[in-house]
Design a protein. Structure first.
Length: 349
């Protein structure tokens, strides 16, 4: 990693982190986590820093996620010291926990594509700013994984069954829906972000007052009109029940959801369903510890590597999942993804 892939800046009372890989949609590498986390820790104890802003470079993305292609290429490494697959997720989750517990406001400017790890370093902070360019999703079931980065907690904070709907379909949402789900705290038009940042950096500025001054109305949330239908279809006691309910749904949103679920890894769908059931009421530490355990089981399996191959390496978009359908995934196999990994468990200081 070159040092310019993540830029660290002090401006007035702000510490500013700029994710600077615009050609890669600002995806986060392990090297970037290793610069990001100590900077946040230092600013937390610096009395001259009143808040931290996290933003993405370029015109397309805040952050499209973690650099999972590098994780894919570390497939042959064995679990233990120096295993990139373990280090990547452990240090990512430690950073997310630091952001969530930061004693000063963490303010994410989610301008553009915000997915996976990008959601992790934004939604887990205190203030999350969406713009008209925000495109937010947790699409992990389509790469043979599951919604992580604290999603066991924050997807369960969505209204009714919307979090499960987003988890099982990977649905992309905009600013108004992000506000509805609690992922965003404010909507600020893109053209106001520079002025917002300068106002936040001004001496003695009140963070909440500045955010409220620059905020605007994003308009109605499309998901709001679908809440009853989503609750009806995603209220089943199993993924199979959800699929059956979607088969009876005639509206266009139902057809889109059916197609999205059909493309996902059957194993990912089932472990995600179980994960969100366990995650109700979890704090961030419990959520990340659970998800770390799950990632390490996924790293020892098939579907994650096949999903990354199909979507990001060979790009044929034709994954050959371990299981042909949901019926092949047993309850015992699902439970195995939640089994203890012993002394490799994620722990926080």
């Amino acid at each position: 990693m070159s040092d310019d892939e993540i830029l660290l800046e002090r401006r007035g009372g702000l510490g500013i982190v700029t994710l600077n890989r615009p050609q890669a949609l600002n995806t986060l590498s392990l090297g970037m986590y290793r610069r990001f986390d100590p900077a946040i820790a230092a600013w937390a104890s610096d009395p001259g820093v009143r808040a931290v802003v996290v933003r993405g470079a370029g015109e397309r993305a805040f952050c499209a996620g973690g650099d999972v292609v590098t994780v894919y290429h570390a497939r042959a490494q064995k679990a233990g010291p120096g295993d990139y697959k373990a280090d990547f997720f452990r240090e990512e989750y430690q950073l997310i926990r630091r952001i969530h517990r930061l004693p000063k406001p963490a303010i994410a400017l989610m301008d553009g594509v915000t997915m996976g790890g990008g959601v992790g370093v934004s939604v887990n902070g205190r203030f999350r700013i969406a713009t008209e360019r925000t495109l937010l999703a947790m699409p992990e079931v389509h790469i043979g994984l599951f919604p992580d980065v604290g999603a066991s907690r924050f997807l369960n904070l969505c209204p009714e069954r919307i979090g499960l709907y987003l988890a099982l379909t990977g649905k992309r949402i905009g600013a108004a829906d992000a506000l509805l789900c609690g992922f965003a705290t404010h909507f600020v038009p893109h053209e106001r972000l520079a002025a917002l940042t300068e106002a936040l950096a001004a001496p003695a500025s009140d963070i909440e007052t500045v955010l409220a001054f620059h905020a605007a109305d994003p308009g109605p949330a499309p998901l709001d009109a679908l809440r009853a239908a989503i609750d009806r279809c995603f209220g089943g006691a199993s993924v199979e029940a959800i699929v059956s309910a979607l088969a009876r749904e005639d509206a266009p949103w139902g057809a889109e959801a059916r197609e999205a679920v059909a493309r996902a890894s059957p194993l990912s769908l089932k472990i995600t369903f179980h994960q969100l059931g366990l995650g109700v009421g979890m704090d961030v530490e419990a959520a990340l510890a659970l998800e770390y355990r799950m990632t390490q089981h996924c790293m020892a399996g098939h579907d994650f590597y096949e999903g990354i191959r199909a979507l990001l390496v060979d790009k044929d978009r034709n994954p050959s999942w371990q299981h042909r359908d949901l019926a092949e995934v047993s309850a015992a196999e699902v439970e195995s993804y939640f089994a203890s990994i012993g002394d490799r468990e994620l722990r926080f200081d």
